[in-house]
Design a protein around this ligand. Structure first.
Ligand code: UDX
Length: 454
């Protein structure tokens, strides 16, 4: 069709790969650029290097539209170049934009004269990075003596791990921050199939029932950069808020699930992100709230609400540990099975996972620790390679002769285990359900079932 474009995506991590594969599915020609030879090797065979629902299927479906390369040269043929490289935290919590700037330089070194390019920053970057990318690219072009037309845009993503493709194909909104009409109109065209939902939904990723067309928010680059951080920080605050309330529910004898339900039905509040439990982890909320604090610090400003959300989140892990402690009294020498290494269900990502952190604390306390996860065991094992943890492939086996079970991730498969049979094989029937996936009604009388906030 007329709106087919050539789009280069720099960086094939979660964000870049998902974006690239989705855009290929929508009909654009994608040039996927990555320096990592392992990713290039896998992607050249159209094998997804990450576990993400529907990604392998969509990659296979759209393969004829995707070119994979470690070189930047092919990007010179693109209409749009999307920077989606990582921005890991620096020592001081600031996001490190080294890879973004390197990508900008590499892009600028291949652009051709007398063409129109739109360079898009999709990586989550500190405020002002859009301008920085623009100046890096303009400088390199000037050094090369290449005169061409490049416009810039910030285009943050809001995708959740495990739901990355779903969120990309069916977004709540698309945000484009740019000072240039040229960039906005090109990206509007690129996203047209999403904005109007004119594509055939893949069978394995059906369009949600009554899905409203996503609005396009066009704004200035700085506001676009801020939208991303503010949205993530708000969600982190929302979770910490319900966790704070959960602690009080325990004191007064209320049930936080009932409280969250009653609150969530207020349309101004909404039911999502009100699940009390072990708090947030993963590669976004911890990093982004910290980066936002670093940004505020640069301007001599403080973020007391976001600061408190981080403190509540850290305390939540301690409170769960105390539940184990008060049920078992002495922890040393006990056997505790931790169910769930992934920071949330649907992913094999164990970065900043509350369950993984608790495992390490339990080890330090002299506990014999066992770990189970439906898909993240391999990553967990690699991360805690030198630690004395018993990794279990079989969930039922993992509970035998245990003194306590700690449910750290709300995997649906944990909900449907034959719990009353399993507890019979434990040494002591203590279940600390740090995600509230079960309730004491699921158990016979003599099981010590402990949830959060109930
Ligand atoms: C998040 C944002 O949702 C996404 O928009 C952004 O682009 C990246 O960060 P993600 O980190 O993949 O996505 O996971 P999300 O599903 O948002 O969950 C984050 C954490 O909060 C998880 O550890 C989860 O277990 C926890 N959580 C979530 C709760 O404890 N309670 C809730 O009610 C919801």
């Amino acid at each position: 069709s007329a709106s087919q474009m050539t789009v280069a995506v720099v960086g094939t991590g979660y964000v870049g790969l998902t974006t690239g594969v989705a855009l290929a599915y929508l009909g654009h020609h994608i040039i996927a650029i990555d320096k990592d030879p392992r990713k290039i090797e896998l992607l050249s065979k159209y094998q997804s290097p990450i576990h993400e629902k529907g990604l392998q299927e969509l990659l296979t479906t759209a393969r004829s539209k995707i070119t994979v390369t470690p070189d930047y040269e092919p990007a010179a043929e693109a209409d749009v170049i999307i920077i989606a490289v990582g921005t890991p935290p620096k020592q001081n919590g600031e996001a490190d934009t080294r890879f973004v700037e390197a990508a900008a330089r590499d892009i600028a070194s291949v652009l051709k004269a007398d063409r129109d390019y739109v360079v898009v920053v999709k990586s989550t970057v500190p405020i002002g990075s859009n301008r920085r990318v623009a100046s890096v690219i303009e400088k390199v072009l000037a050094e090369r003596g290449v005169v061409t037309r490049v416009t810039f845009a910030s285009n943050p993503e809001f995708l959740r791990e495990g739901m990355a493709l779903h969120d990309t194909l069916y977004p709540d909104r698309i945000v484009i921050g740019s000072e240039k009409d040229q960039a906005i109109s090109t990206l509007r065209k690129m996203y047209q199939p999403l904005l109007e939902q004119t594509f055939d939904a893949p069978s394995f990723l059906p369009r949600p029932a009554s899905f409203p067309l996503p609005p396009l928010i066009t704004t200035d680059p700085t506001s676009a950069e801020m939208i991303k951080y503010a949205a993530n920080a708000f969600l982190a605050v929302k979770i910490s808020f319900i966790n704070e309330v959960a602690g009080l529910c325990e004191k007064v004898g209320a049930d936080v699930l009932e409280v969250a339900r009653g609150m969530g039905l207020d349309s101004r509040i909404g039911p999502k992100f009100l699940q009390a439990g072990l708090g947030w982890g993963g590669s976004c909320f911890p990093k982004d709230t910290q980066a936002l604090q670093a940004i505020a610090g640069e301007y001599g400003y403080t973020l007391p609400i976001i600061h408190a959300s981080r403190e509540v989140n850290a305390r939540q892990r301690v409170l769960v540990l105390e539940k184990l402690q008060s049920a078992l009294k002495v922890l040393r020498g006990r056997t505790i099975t931790v169910l769930g290494m992934a920071f949330k269900p649907g992913t094999d990502d164990v970065r900043d996972s509350p369950g993984m952190e608790l495992m390490q604390v339990l080890l330090e306390r002299g506990v014999h620790v066992r770990g189970h996860d439906p898909i993240a065991i391999e990553n967990a094992r690699n991360m805690l390679a030198d630690m004395d943890i018993k990794w279990c492939e079989d969930v039922e086996e993992s509970m035998k002769e245990a003194d306590a079970i700690l449910i750290a991730t709300d995997w649906p498969e944990y909900k449907h285990l034959p719990w009353n049979d399993l507890v019979k094989h434990m040494k002591t029937p203590v279940i600390v359900d740090a995600r509230n996936i079960l309730s004491h009604y699921d158990f016979d009388g003599n099981v010590n079932y402990i949830g959060v906030g109930r």
